[in-house]
Design a protein around this ligand. Structure first.
Ligand code: ITT
Length: 200
């Protein structure tokens, strides 16, 4: 299956190689960086699914190849679901994980433990050059710590402790995280659709 991956986030590339590789479909994943001429997509959607589809369609159109994309983020209960689709630029600068995490912790400093529920959400999109599209979603529920812990993963991983775990996502091994993560769930659901729609 020759498939291009519409992301400029190296952490996503690493996780998706592992997740899709294990899903029984071998995929040739080429990052969007392999196509420097393809402009960045403006993420104008109001949902994870819309933004994932925007990214996948743009790369499929530009390359003539089937494309997959991930749009994801952290949704905090007490903030009504924010940062949500704005997770990558919560503190202003796109992709500044440390600043985003520091700002969120500061915003939640007065929130008591029993109200620190949150979840990661991921939409996985597949787009073909002819316009065919599929999208699947996954969530990982947990609670937010008061201080970061762990060196693994990326983004908000050091503060999200999955329900029924005593560690943060950043303290899980990559395999442990992928087994339960929003991204693992979304892309394992997408894998059979890739198998149906993309020639092997
Ligand atoms: P692309 O659009 O190029 O794929 P991006 O990093 O801009 O890369 P998003 O717009 O989907 O991707 O934003 C995702 C943000 O949500 C990311 O920067 C993290 O802050 C957060 N996030 C998503 N998945 C996460 C995970 O598994 N662990 C921790 N934080 C995550």
């Amino acid at each position: 299956h020759r498939l291009v991956l519409a992301t400029r986030n190296a952490h996503k590339v690493t996780e998706l190689r592992a997740i899709l590789g294990r899903a029984g479909i071998s995929l040739e994943l080429l990052g969007a960086d392999a196509f420097p001429e393809v402009p960045d997509v403006r993420e104008t959607g109001v949902t994870f699914a819309e933004n994932a589809l925007l990214k996948a369609h743009a790369l499929a159109r530009a390359t003539g190849l089937p494309a997959v994309a991930d749009d994801s983020g952290l949704c905090v209960d007490v903030l009504g679901g924010a940062p949500g689709i704005f997770s990558a630029r919560w503190a202003g600068k796109h992709g500044d994980d440390q600043a985003n995490l520091d700002l969120l912790l500061a915003q939640l400093s007065d929130v008591p433990d029993e109200h620190r529920g949150a979840h990661f959400a991921c939409a996985a999109a597949l787009a073909l050059p002819d316009g065919t599209e599929r999208v699947t979603e996954g969530r990982l529920h947990g609670t937010l710590r008061r201080a970061p812990a762990g060196d693994g993963g990326f983004g908000y991983d050091p503060i999200l402790q999955p329900t029924e775990s005593d560690r943060t996502c950043a303290e899980l091994t990559p395999d442990e995280k992928n087994a339960i993560s929003h991204r693992g769930l979304a892309f394992r659901a997408l894998a059979p659709l890739v198998g149906e729609l993309v020639p092997g």
